[in-house]
Design a protein around this ligand. Sequence first.
Ligand code: IMP
Ligand code: MG
Length: 180
Amino acid sequence: MEKIYKDIERVLISKEEIAKRVKEIGAAITKDFVGEEIVVVSVLKGSSVFMSDLIREIDLPMDIDFLVASSYENTTSSGNVQIIKDINIDVENRVVIIVEDIIDSGLTMYNLTQLFNVRKCKEFKICTLLDKQERRRAPVKADYIGFDVPNEFVVGYGLDYNGKYRNLPEICVLKPEIYE
Ligand code: IMP
Ligand code: MG
């Protein structure tokens, strides 16, 4: 990883800390839904790394699926999020756990919550690896949170800057000159 570490200022959360926390969240989900067959939905692309580790720590029968939501960055302040690719599974009367890499403004998850409301899930739970509460603009609270993070832009373990750095095994802070 030498070639991409040159852009990193510091490691915020180590591999070991991530693995420990993922195990804990997996155990909590297992305990909370004993006897259920759950559906785990990954919001692509950012949560793919977290999701693939997390499902191997959940000792329940499950289906997995993926969705892609549009970024709202270039749209107006309404924060409308569109589904570019939807899940294929019928989630009516199913326990759904949606997995995100990070909740920032909360607009993406707020809109996804509205969407799943219509689908009449038995339960709808939000699981996020990272939570940047300071930046919240929409009323969203996750049910399972890996780590609270400060208001700094982070990359690695699935999170990107301009599509890059997702393959870093840790959560890292980029050098400021990368943005400038
Ligand atoms: P929200 O709709 O503002 O909550 O944004 C959620 C999305 O913004 C995440 O799924 C990420 O793709 C992206 N994002 C927000 N903060 C960061 C960050 O610090 N690093 C990488 N991506 C981020
Ligand atoms: Mg994302």
